[in-house]
Design a protein around this ligand. Structure first.
Ligand SMILES: Nc1nc2c(ncn2[C@@H]2O[C@H](COP(=O)(O)OP(=O)(O)OP(=O)(O)O)[C@@H](O)[C@H]2O)c(=O)[nH]1
Ligand SMILES: [Zn+2]
Length: 327
């Protein structure tokens, strides 16, 4: 399923004969030619079960894809991964967490090197979300014509996070290689250059998006929900709207910590069930002993604290300026 709008799910049906096999080569024009676009609604038997972009589904009814036809989604296949967000970090009272994208392999965290300036705490937050989703993260550092990547690279390369450095009109071979034959979700704040990237990677992106929107009756480009776009060289890019807050209320302390591999060793002397926020936490002494960058501990604590109802600046911002829904 590649797009959803007001209860209408746009699905691609692979041509007979290719079904069940992963397509190695996609069509040159990148719009999924060879696939049939079918619009479907949710069958009653699915009940409240959600369907999100990236889901593999079973369709019945009119699957011709002809205009004004409507198929039904009767089954959602088991997912290999699920990227989720809470509406914000503190809405854990009702446990609502919103699925964002299913079955992705890779989370591409798009960050500008300048204009807007990089925000490591947002990167940390996305790394935790990737870990929670069981998706491999990578950094895509944009606008390298405006500022050097050295500082950010020094911060994240030691954590084993792969990265590419790009600029508008520049060489994208390395990025292309990393997204080839994979399902990659692009996340990033407004203005970091995500659309510029998508347009460079998928020459028909605008046409593909307006095609999807025409099919779902949306009719024009809006960027309030995720859309999957096929890459000319194989694989898929799932473009999500500008992310201002990516709540992690549903994520456990252990999972948050997993996003900070450089700090894990320092927690062995923590008391059992340590929140890593109180005075008994062993991380303070460990960081004071030069085992890790104090800024990393501060970032971990801000993330953990924001889950408990305090606010870090991402949350303060999103409260003042609510982010569009992703799901
Ligand atoms: N200097 C410079 N500017 C860039 C680069 N990439 C993109 N821009 C500019 O940055 C601005 C934002 O780029 P977009 O691609 O629209 O950013 P976006 O992340 O899609 O933003 P939203 O559409 O708001 O989500 C545009 O004016 C681009 O021309 C780059 O590598 N260098
Ligand atoms: Zn601790």
């Amino acid at each position: 399923m590649i797009a959803v709008d007001r209860g209408r799910y746009t699905c691609l049906v692979e041509p007979a004969g290719e079904r069940g096999r992963r397509r190695r080569k996609s069509q040159a024009d990148g719009t999924g030619t060879g696939h049939r676009t079918v619009v479907a609604m949710k069958a009653r038997e699915l009940g409240r079960k959600g369907i999100v972009v990236g889901d593999r589904v079973a369709l019945v009814g009119d699957v011709s894809g002809r205009p004004d036809t409507l198929a039904r989604v009767v089954r959602v296949e088991p997912r290999t991964s699920m990227l989720r967000r809470s509406a914000d970090d503190t809405d854990n009272t009702d446990g609502i967490e919103r699925p964002v994208v299913a079955n992705a392999d890779q989370l591409v965290i798009v960050t500008a090197l300048a204009d807007p300036p990089p925000r490591p705490r947002m990167i940390d937050r996305m790394l935790v979300a990737a870990f929670d989703a069981d998706i491999e993260p990578m950094l895509c550092l944009t606008k390298s014509d405006l500022a050097p990547p050295d500082e950010l690279v020094a911060l994240y390369a030691p954590l084993g996070v792969p990265y590419v450095v790009v600029q508008k009109g520049g060489d994208l071979d390395e990025l292309r290689e990393r997204v080839k034959d994979r399902i990659s979700v692009l996340v990033g704040h407004s203005g970091v250059g995500k659309s510029t990237l998508v347009n460079a990677l998928v020459p028909d992106a605008n046409r593909a998006v307006s095609h999807v929107n025409a099919v779902t009756g949306r009719g024009r480009h809006t960027s309030t929900s995720a859309v999957a776009l096929e890459l000319p060289g194989g694989g898929w890019i799932i473009d999500t709207p500008g992310v201002r807050s990516f709540g992690l209320a549903h994520v456990s302390v252990e999972t948050v910590l997993a996003g900070f591999p450089d700090l894990i060793e320092g927690t062995v002397h923590c008391p059992k069930g340590c929140t890593h926020l109180s005075e008994e936490c062993a991380l303070d002494a460990w960081v004071a002993d030069d085992h890790a960058d104090p800024a990393r501990l501060e970032s971990l604590r801000r993330l953990l604290a924001s889950r408990e109802g305090a606010s870090d600046d991402d949350q303060a911002r999103s409260a003042a300026d609510p982010a569009p829904g992703l799901g």
